[in-house]
Design a protein around this ligand. Sequence first.
Ligand SMILES: [Zn+2]
Length: 393
Amino acid sequence: MGDSSTLRHLLLSLLVVLLSISAVRSFFGRLMIPDPPDRPRIKRSPDLPLRFNHDGTFKILQVADMHYARGIGTRCRDVTPSEFAHCSDLNTTRFLRRMIESEKPDFIAFTGDNIFGSSSTDAAESMFAAFGPAMEARIPWAAILGNHDQESTMSREELMLFISLMDYSVSQVNPPLTSIDGFGNYDLRVNGAFGSDLVNSSVLGLYFLDSGDRSTVEGVRGYGWIKESQLAWLRGASEALQNVKLNNEWNTLHKCEVPALTFFHIPIPEVRQLWFKEIVGQFQEAVACTSFDSGVLHTLVSMGDVKAVLLGHDHLNDFCGEMDGIWFCYGGGFGYHAYGRAGWHRRARVVNIELKRGEKTWLGVQRIQTWKRLDDANLTKFDEQVLWDVAAR
Ligand SMILES: [Zn+2]
């Protein structure tokens, strides 16, 4: 990193801290709580590393496309006339709180279009409100960007830096010392349960990628895509995760697989082929992505550890379909200011990962399941399915 870029990075960090303090004050001010005293605010962090529970589970809530803007002043789109009168961004907040209460997730993955930039007057305020329920609940969370997040007062780099500094966020801007396209490429690992032999070992990988917003390549129009620099980093991250496994005597002995999940916003072109395959869920709109094939599927298949990819972007699609041994699952539209379909409930996806039960201790991952819930009176659970099971291999 050169001198000018170091200086730019420092200035940007300072800007984000100042914005953060101002947004926290305005957020607290609205809640009628006195301003916090004039001292540097320290980020609240979750207990790390992430790890499985005593009951051998790790549950992820995927929140796709909140499209949050200004809170109560932002009206809902595509709801029924009877819902419209009292509907705002606060319905999105309420749905997130209900999902957290009902599912008690161990981790929340926000898969982009978290805020709807063109309706927001202050990106920091919109983000504080959008991610607020995760922070209130003190649940570790991570976010990536969609194609709309940067349309108000912050660039994609500023947004990711800001998100990485928010309470209980485990998001990162990019891997350190790496030249990589986009902002929000990072990996997380989940350790085995306390009291098990794998307490200090990674048993699950979570990969996050920035799928961009619009094409930046001359002559190619449309949405962005994941670039080779990102795939090169991803291959390295996967190798490192699998090396942990190989270097761990216990794992080698018990031949545990260390599976991974991948999260990005804009689908890859191959997802279109799932129209002709058996899927679980609904395929109601065309897959809106570039036709440029950057080799994401090939890379994921060659890595071998990724069992499912969690997508956002197309709000009316909520299906899971399988290609080359990898499931591609949409979250389905979550936010009320996002386009949707009147009468078709907003929804969220849950991914539940279970460890294998050994004679005396929890082993590695046994099974990855998923289901969805509707934002209706009962948070109806549906489309439950197994994405991967070690016994089936
Ligand atoms: Zn969206």
